[in-house]
Design a protein around this ligand. Structure first.
Ligand SMILES: [Zn+2]
Length: 296
C-alpha cells in the first residue's frame, strides 16, 4: 500500500466507521424522514434504513452498526417499539447494514439473499479496510432467504425484494415498495459520491452499472430513491451515479489499454470534472481508481 492509500484507508475508517465501531459514536441517534403515511427513511451512522409501519407490525430494511442498536431501538419506540418489529431485510452482508441483527434478531424474522446468510455464517474479511467480520450467532442470521426475487404483502403494501447479481457484493437486494413508489437501493447507490464496491466478495463496478440501468427502467421521475449512503434521492441522482460509474470506468479502462500500471493511472488520476464527487466521498479518487481497475 502506498502512502495515499494508507491515508485514504484511515480517513475511511474514521468517517465510514467500517472497522473500529466503538470509538467514534457521539450520542448516536437516528434522523427520521417521513416519505408516506407509513414509510420512513432512517439515517444513523452506517447504511440508510427504511421503515414500514402498519397493522402487520414493523418492517425494517437494514440495521446499521452494533454501536447504533440502542439508538435504533429508541427510534423504533415512536412506531410501537422493537417488540412490534416483525420483519428485517438485510440488503447485503456488510456490518454497517447487518450488525444490528444481533439486537433485532430476537424480535424480527430476518430476510436476505441466500449469499448473505452464507457469508454471515462464516468469517469475512475486507482487506481494504482491514475489517474482519466474525460468524454471526444463530438468532442474527437471515432465517428466510431467497435466490432471485421475493414478494411480501404486508401493511397494505406490495414489496418486491429483487436480487441484482455481482453488483456491490454477491448478495445484494434492492427493495421496491410498489404502491408507494419508493425503492431502497442498498449499496447499489451511494448518492453523489464514489461508492465502495466489494470486488473481493463478488462485486463488480461494470456489472453494478448494468444492474442500475435495469433499475432505472423500473422507476420513474416521481420515485423516491433511498441510497445505501447519502441523501434521499430521485431517479435523476441515480442516473448521474450510473453515468459516473460508466464514465470513470471508461477513463481508467482507456489508460489501462495504453499499458499504464495501476500506480501510473492513480498518479494521472481522473479528469477534473469528478472533483465534486471525490469531495463527497468516503475516500479519494485513487481508491476509487483501484476499485475500478480490479473490476476491469
Ligand atoms: Zn456495503
Amino acid at each position: 500500500m502506498n502512502k495515499w492509500i494508507l491515508i485514504a484507508v484511515s480517513l475511511l475508517l474514521s468517517s465510514y466507521g467500517y472497522a473500529d465501531n466503538d470509538h467514534h459514536a457521539k450520542s448516536p441517534s437516528f434522523k427520521s424522514t417521513q416519505l408516506t403515511e407509513n414509510i420512513y427513511m432512517l439515517q444513523g451512522k452506517g447504511g440508510n434504513l427504511a421503515l414500514l409501519k402498519g397493522e402487520n407490525g414493523l418492517l425494517l430494511i437494514d440495521a446499521d452498526y452494533k454501536v447504533m442498536s440502542d439508538a435504533l431501538k429508541n427510534a423504533l419506540g415512536k412506531y410501537g417499539g422493537v417488540n412490534n418489529l416483525n420483519y428485517l431485510i438485510n440488503t447485503h452482508w456488510h456490518g454497517d447494514h447487518t450488525q444490528g441483527n444481533m439486537a433485532l434478531g430476537h424480535h424480527a424474522q430476518i430476510i436476505a439473499h441466500d449469499n448473505v446468510r452464507a457469508r454471515l455464517l462464516t468469517t469475512q474479511e475486507i482487506k481494504l479496510f482491514k475489517m474482519v467480520s466474525k460468524p454471526y450467532p444463530k438468532h442474527a442470521l437471515p432465517a428466510i432467504t431467497y435466490a432471485k426475487r421475493l414478494s411480501l404483502h404486508i401493511n397494505d403494501e406490495d414489496i418486491e425484494v429483487v436480487h441484482f447479481p455481482k453488483g456491490h457484493t454477491d448478495g445484494d437486494s434492492v427493495v421496491f415498495f410498489k404502491k408507494a413508489n419508493i425503492v431502497h437501493m442498498g449499496d447499489h447507490f451511494f448518492s453523489g459520491m464514489f461508492p465502495f464496491v466489494d470486488v473481493d466478495h463478488g462485486g463488480n463496478v461494470l456489472n453494478m452499472a448494468k444492474n442500475i440501468s435495469l433499475i432505472l427502467e423500473m422507476i420513474d421521475d416521481k420515485t423516491r430513491v433511498i441510497p445505501g449512503h447519502g441523501p434521499l434521492s430521485t431517479k435523476k441522482e441515480l442516473q448521474a451515479f450510473h453515468d459516473m460509474l460508466i464514465d470513470t470506468s471508461a477513463e481508467v479502462s482507456a489508460m489501462k489499454a495504453k499499458g499504464l500500471s495501476l500506480e501510473e493511472i492513480q498518479k494521472k488520476s481522473l479528469s477534473k470534472k469528478w472533483a465534486a464527487w471525490e469531495a463527497n466521498s468516503f475516500f479519494p479518487a485513487n481508491v476509487w481508481i483501484g476499485i475500478i481497475y480490479s473490476s476491469l
